[in-house]
Design a protein around this ligand. Structure first.
Ligand SMILES: [Zn+2]
Length: 280
């Protein structure tokens, strides 16, 4: 089976257990919107029983990969194709669908980073369970039991994460890429703005010049970056605004400790609470 991200790989494994072998097309440190697939992963699309993707315009590179693979099974409506965005309540669906010429515009159909709210693992794994059961009906009961166990562990961890984030409710943050609206909503943060005013496009000189002052005025003390963020931009904004920058990971495996979906949040909550408390 093939997923477009390591997060979806982790969730398919949580439901599929030892009945599935899963590979992610994207590596966790890359910008998920801008993947350049090698022939190897494209060939694996041809032999995959199931392709699981985030959907919307999250993976603009997948269309080209599917065309190159030339596989007619991996299309909407096929049992071999699963877009897990279908039962998620999306944020930012009112985004104006304007495209500047030549700009790699993403998030035009709603924000695609919905796996960063742990509650969304519920509808995502429900769809995964149904897709796996369709392909292997004999294993249906096992998939159901795996999912229930996973969600019980998730509920447990979520209570702990929320407890640790409770002191910071209402804290204003600025993000580099707008990956965090679902995460922020779940954990009580307020995202004031994104450095990338057009998602997927680097900041304009005007943004770089005015943002640090605006952050000071708004009392923003924390800047959230990601492994694929431009380090000099992050450094420049942090220095001029006096905010602390913290690198959160948006995918499983981007930190060696983030070995699965629950550990992804363990890692981010640890990094974030350290930054919010004033450490680094
Ligand atoms: Zn994005």
């Amino acid at each position: 089976m093939v997923t477009t991200s390591t997060d979806l790989k982790a969730l398919v494994e949580a439901v599929g257990g030892d009945r599935v072998r899963v590979e992610s097309l994207a590596s966790p440190l890359q910008d998920p919107h801008a993947i350049d697939l090698k022939p190897g992963p494209i060939a694996r699309l041809r032999t995959a029983d199931l392709l699981v993707r985030i959907g919307l315009d999250h993976e603009p590179w997948l269309t080209r990969a599917l065309r190159t693979a030339g596989d007619r099974r991996l299309v909407t409506g096929s049992p071999h194709y699963l877009d897990v965005s279908r039962h998620v309540d999306l944020l930012q669906t009112e985004t104006p669908r304007l495209r500047e010429s030549g700009a790699a515009h993403v998030h035009a159909f709603g924000n695609t980073h919905y796996w960063l709210d742990p509650e969304n693992a519920r509808p995502i794994t429900r769809d995964i369970e149904a897709a796996l059961a369709r392909l292997a009906p004999g294993d249906q009961a096992g998939f159901g039991a795996n999912r229930r166990r996973f969600l019980a562990r998730l509920d447990d961890r979520l209570a702990d994460w929320q407890l640790r984030m409770a002191p910071y409710k209402g804290t204003r943050v600025v993000v580099v890429h707008d990956s965090w609206p679902y995460f922020a909503r779940r954990f009580g943060l307020v995202v004031v703005t994104a450095v990338e005013t057009t998602p997927g496009v680097g900041p304009t000189p005007a943004t770089l010049a005015t943002l640090p002052q605006r952050m000071k005025q708004a009392g923003v003390k924390v800047l959230i970056a990601e492994p694929s963020s431009n380090e000099s931009v992050v450094h420049q904004i942090a220095t001029h605004s006096g905010a602390r920058s913290v690198t959160l990971i948006s995918s499983v495996g981007a930190d060696p400790a983030a070995t699965d979906y629950l550990a992804l949040f363990d890692t981010n909550i640890a990094r974030l609470t350290a930054a919010l408390a004033g450490g680094r």
